[in-house]
Ligand binder design. Structure first.
Ligand code: ZN
Ligand code: ZN
Length: 255
């Protein structure tokens, strides 16, 4: 599996991009920076986007990728998420007010995007992968994913604070190659992290005790808030008994 980091931060500056990852050039996980971070040809090459939840930093570039793909006559892009997430996108985003309804443009027969509902823990085939969503603990409906391809499984946490079910599912996933895991705020901002449904290095370490393979499983950290990048990285570097790597823009992992 070829995992590319398009965006891996919990905010944006010219040096930070919001969450978006691409697996084997085919399937994207969240859409925070799919157009700001990818060339047109690569945008058009995607088959599907898995959307963890409806917060803007994870869906914003659905607006521009839908428009770009329409201009280039690309195949419909599958936008996969839970019923709640897709409902928010339909009602508040692609609602012909904030942005056109690209699920009907340029035509209903061949639209720019096509919604695909995923039910938590009911595996579904998307772009050749077995995808399963797992509910996590955020301020709105949010899911992590396991994505199984021929060579193994990649897991993605989505935005979450301390949670249980995700770790149970990961403990049962034998072919797991790596976990993309959120951490957002430094330990000194634990109140903010709790209120916004995110991790600090401290809460992450405690939560990862629930993961049996925590010592060896490559755990790729993302969603650090730009203003706290250095301190969160320092605090993560002090954690022991886990195999952590902080994602950077442009990183490529062969799993
Ligand atoms: Zn969020
Ligand atoms: Zn987020």
């Amino acid at each position: 599996m070829d995992l590319r980091v398009i965006g891996c931060h919990g905010g944006e500056t010219p040096k930070h991009r919001t969450s978006a990852f691409v697996l084997d050039d085919r399937i994207a996980i969240d859409a925070g920076s799919l157009t700001s971070g990818m060339e047109m040809k690569a945008q058009c090459g995607l088959d599907a986007v898995l959307v963890s939840h409806a917060h803007l930093d994870h869906v914003r570039d659905l607006a521009t990728i839908a428009d770009n793909r329409l201009q280039n006559g690309c195949e419909p892009l599958i936008v996969a998420g839970t019923k709640v997430t897709l409902g928010i996108l339909k009602k508040h985003f692609f609602n012909n007010l904030l942005w056109p309804d690209f699920s009907r443009l340029p035509s209903e027969r061949k639209p720019s995007i096509r919604y695909l509902e995923i039910k938590p823990e009911v595996p579904v085939k998307i772009a050749g992968y077995d995808v399963s969503a797992v509910r996590v603990s955020h301020t709105i409906d949010c899911c992590g994913f396991t994505i199984r391809g021929r060579d193994g499984t990649l897991a993605y946490s989505g935005d979450t604070g301390p949670t249980d079910r995700l770790w149970e599912v990961l403990n049962e996933t034998e072919s797991l190659k790596a976990l993309l895991m959120e951490v957002s705020f430094p330990n000194g901002e634990s109140r903010l992290a709790r209120a916004s449904g995110h991790h600090t290095p401290e809460t992450l370490a405690r939560d990862m005790d629930k993961l049996e393979r925590r010592r060896e499983l490559p755990t790729l950290l993302y969603h650090i808030k730009p203003s706290f990048q250095a301190v969160v990285e320092r605090e993560c570097a002090r954690l022991r008994g886990v195999n952590l790597t902080v994602c950077a823009l442009g990183d490529q992992f062969i799993l």
